[in-house]
Design a protein around this ligand. Structure first.
Ligand SMILES: Nc1ncnc2c1ncn2[C@@H]1O[C@H](COP(=O)(O)OP(=O)(O)OP(=O)(O)O)[C@@H](O)[C@H]1O
Ligand SMILES: [Mg+2]
Length: 235
């Protein structure tokens, strides 16, 4: 059974349709890369999968024992968010929020989990630092640690390398690949970096006037990847 099944999905706001005909499945262990032009609906799709935004039509179903509040999410960053005045530890810990229900305090286990995730991502020395004083690469690692507090199964990453320099970008991709390969965490990542998408992903979803879903090899064999890889209009 699939972790995630999207059927005949159409997305938009206030009845205005942005994209339609999305059909895809994500299975445990997959690494799905979502590509497409600015404004094509990639972030909206992630919000819909998380239940933060209702679809205009179609269905999103989780399966294989996955609950919607067990998905880790790294949102697309805005300038305002980069300036957030909280400590690294507080932000990582807030990833435990999904399972707290009405309980107002973090449990001992949740505090330990946040500590373990900071350790795993090399953030322990930064735990007390203010998030807004960190470099872009450090901030993205904090947000990844936060997302990992929410899940052992499925990570949704919305442009996790946006604004990072080439060296830190490669480190971030390596970290995500390791989580997918060694820890069996299923990854869905939005990226404008089509080269990285075809390098790391097992499957590609291309959103636009033409919608494509298939394996990485099927995508590479398609006309769509051809025009997109050359930087042309893929529509
Ligand atoms: N809250 C909202 N209300 C109304 N329209 C919205 C809202 N959020 C996004 N949109 C519109 O929906 C379209 C798709 O936006 P979305 O953020 O999903 O695109 P995207 O593919 O993630 O783009 P980018 O690559 O720039 O991040 C855009 O035209 C955008 O202006
Ligand atoms: Mg987006």
């Amino acid at each position: 059974m699939a972790l995630l099944t999207c059927k005949d999905l159409s997305l938009g706001y206030e009845g205005h349709e942005i994209v339609r005909g999305l059909n895809f499945e994500v299975h445990s262990g997959d690494y799905l890369c979502i590509v497409g032009e600015n404004g094509s609906g990639k972030s909206t799709l992630m919000k819909t999968v998380l239940g933060l935004q209702p679809p205009l039509g179609g269905t999103v179903r989780t399966g294989d024992g996955l609950a919607q509040n067990e998905i880790g999410y790294l949102p697309q960053q805005t300038v305002v968010q980069r300036d957030f005045p909280a400590s690294v530890r507080e932000i990582v810990l807030s990833g435990c929020g999904g399972r707290m229900g009405l309980r107002p305090f973090y449990s001992k286990e949740e505090k330990q989990l946040a500590k373990d995730m900071m350790e795993k991502l090399g953030l322990t020395a930064l735990a007390k630092r203010c998030y807004r004083e960190l470099s872009g690469g450090q901030q993205q690692r904090v947000l990844l640690a936060r997302a990992l507090c929410a899940t052992k199964k499925l990570l949704l990453l919305d442009e996790p390398v946006s604004g990072l320099d080439p060296k830190v970008t490669i480190e971030m991709y390596a970290l995500i690949a390791r989580l997918n390969r060694d820890e069996g965490i299923t990854v869905i990542m939005i990226s404008h970096d089509i080269g990285a998408a075809v390098r790391y992903a097992s499957h590609i979803l291309h959103i636009g006037n033409t919608v494509f879903f298939g394996t990485r090899d099927e995508y590479l064999a398609s006309d769509l990847s051809d025009s997109f890889l050359k930087g042309g209009e893929a529509e």
